[in-house]
Write a protein that binds this ligand. Structure first.
Ligand SMILES: Cc1cc2nc3c(=O)[nH]c(=O)nc-3n(C[C@H](O)[C@H](O)[C@H](O)COP(=O)(O)OP(=O)(O)OC[C@H]3O[C@@H](n4cnc5c(N)ncnc54)[C@H](O)[C@@H]3O)c2cc1C
Length: 542
């Protein structure tokens, strides 16, 4: 019988938050850290070339390839739910956009009783993580590991889009993460010199040279081992064998909005009825585990562009593909360095609102679905997502088998407010795309097309074509109320030495793309852990 290995900290999941934790917890050299990742090394070429994002949607080598349950308000369609299964997690397969959310999001978290999570509280962690290409200032950090870059070059269609927004009264904004989020402009990206800057690249690469950090890939965590109501370690499956690792200090779950609640439920921490249904002994009845799942629903308009100036035109012609490849190799520029959204904006669908309630993404390519083949004509996509959805979903195990996919139910579009905001957002997008600045570029709106124009038509269009923009959160929600899963220090309520740190703890989804806020959560959690380890040094071996 092999003695289980013992570490000070065990981090489950090497994604956006997990890589941050592995790096920060091992940095002093005083603590031993085990990082467990179900996926493999991030060697796939298309991870590192930004436009390769489109190829990773359906690649089982790096993606869990989840599907939602049939969504009642979306004509019972199942919605694809890609999640990174590789070092870097979803930060290795995402669209690279760097957006933090609004000041009001974090102040709202604080208002819900989450001490330490107001905008003023979290801003230092955003800055700590960031290497902003424009340098540091009141809102930005310049010395962190996460490279945040401007788009490699401007594009005439994006310029027209920004002018179009101005023509309908929306101001230009050159920094969505600065003083105000509102307006239209270019997105900044987690990229460096034309290459993706995942958290594996930003944080884990430098940490792996440390002898006190062990990284195990291909390691599927099966459950947290609880002894006397305290997390004592984890059991994981690697090379076909179940292995036990013990933690002197803490176990931190960073397996993401689907993975973390699944592991808690498999460990006997979750809704009692659900656990009993699957023959799992209930160690603690925590009904909130897997509740409050949120996501951003998006609806996409597709356009045929008047001239061959889009990514479609490069991908579909051999000579242009060769030229683009050469340009990328030589200068790290051109279509291969294009992130998912290039330009976009944050708009208020009602001027009486205090801050934007919808986000637009302008993509310089078009396909029938995210990750689908690009159209054989010059094309672009403009989408709207509602930033603060009211709909809530659930994440529930379907089996006691850790390798079985859980049931993911978002209940998209299930409130009148969600429907109204989305439809108004699409009407606003139509006005922008019809503005004089964009006229020279748009040959036609291909989908849904001009016959779909009333509110009722647009509602039906979203039901038929709406999809995720890949931002699931809040399934292990932080809070001080009964239903919350973790407290404001991210400790699982009623369980010792167990925290959750990833997108699942967001009290509400942030108003924007979710990677940056998840990295901030990783930074803050590491700080909380190191402080408490310092206060009680015997909890971990120094
Ligand atoms: C296709 C796509 C596009 C996106 N585009 C953007 C964007 O442009 N900008 C943006 O800000 N956000 C974007 N996002 C969202 C953003 O990337 C995520 O919100 C963020 O990465 C979530 O981080 P996380 O740490 O919560 O989870 P993840 O980064 O998903 O990490 C979880 C990790 O845990 C591992 N894991 C899960 N279960 C287990 C287990 N049982 N045992 C061991 N390991 C396990 C997973 O393999 C994974 O590596 C996108 C996401 C996707 C999928």
């Amino acid at each position: 019988m092999v003695e289980p290995e013992t570490y000070d900290f065990i981090v489950v999941g090497a994604g956006s938050a997990g890589c941050v934790l592995a790096d920060r917890l091992s940095a002093s050299g005083k603590h031993t850290v085990l990082l467990l990742e179900a996926g493999g090394e991030d060697r796939h070429l298309w991870i590192h070339i930004p436009i390769g994002y489109g190829k990773l949607f359906t690649d089982a080598r790096v993606n869990w390839l989840y599907q939602s349950a049939p969504e009642p308000e979306l004509n019972n369609r199942q919605i694809m739910q890609p999640r990174g299964k590789v070092l870097g997690g979803s930060s290795s397969i995402n669209g690279l956009l760097y957006i933090r959310g609004q000041r009001q999001d974090f102040d709202h978290w604080r208002q819900l009783g989450n001490v330490g999570w107001s905008y003023e509280d979290v801003l230092p962690y955003f800055k700590k993580s960031e290497a902003q290409c424009r340098g540091s200032d009141e809102f930005h950090g310049g010395e962190g590991p996460l490279s945040v870059s401007d788009q490699v070059e401007p594009h005439e269609v994006c310029e027209a889009f920004i002018r179009g927004c101005q023509e309908v009264g929306i101001p230009r904004n050159d920094d969505f993460n600065g003083a105000s989020q509102e307006g239209a402009g270019y997105f900044q990206t987690t990229m460096r010199k034309g290459r993706r800057w995942s958290t594996a690249r930003a944080y884990l690469k430098r940490a792996r040279s440390r002898a006190n950090l062990t990284v195990a890939t291909g390691a599927l965590t099966e459950r947290v081992i609880l002894e006397g109501g305290v997390a004592a370690g984890v059991q994981y499956l690697r090379h076909g064998r179940s292995v036990i690792a013990r933690a002197r200090g803490e176990v931190i779950l960073s397996a993401g909005a689907f993975g973390s609640p699944q592991i808690l439920q498999l460990s006997g921490l979750g809704p009692a009825t659900l656990l009993r249904q699957h023959g799992i002994a209930v160690l603690r009845d925590i009904p909130g585990v897997g509740s409050d799942l949120q996501d951003h629903l998006q609806a996409r308009f597709l356009y045929r562009v008047t001239r061959p100036i889009t990514v479609n035109d490069v991908v579909n012609r051999f000579d242009r593909r060769m030229w683009a490849g050469l340009r990328y190799i030589l200068f790290r520029k051109g279509p291969l360095a294009v992130s998912a959204g290039y330009a976009g904006g944050f708009f208020r669908t009602d001027p009486r609102l205090a801050s934007p309630d919808v986000q637009a993404h302008l993509l310089l390519f078009s396909a029938d679905k995210p990750g689908g083949s690009l159209h054989p004509w010059p094309g672009m996509t403009a989408s709207i997502c509602q930033l603060r959805p009211e709909s809530r979903g659930t994440l529930r195990i379907k089996s006691a088998d850790p390798a079985a996919a859980p049931e993911i139910k978002l209940n998209y579009f299930s409130t009148e407010g969600d429907k109204r905001t989305m439809v108004q957002g699409l009407q606003l997008l139509r006005r922008i795309m019809g503005a004089p600045a964009l006229k020279p570029y748009i040959a036609e709106e291909r989908d849904p097309g001009p016959s779909v124009y009333s509110d009722a038509d647009l509602l039906a269009f979203v039901r038929a074509r709406g999809t995720t923009i890949f931002h699931p959160t809040s399934s292990c929600r932080m809070g001080i109320d009964e239903a919350a899963v973790v407290d404001p220090e991210l400790r699982v309520k009623g369980v010792g030495r167990l925290r959750v740190a990833d997108a699942s703890v967001m009290p509400t989804v942030v108003s924007g793309n979710t990677n940056a806020a998840t990295i901030m959560i990783g930074e803050k959690c590491a700080d909380l852990i190191l402080r408490s380890a310092k206060a009680a040094p015997r909890a971990t071996a120094a």
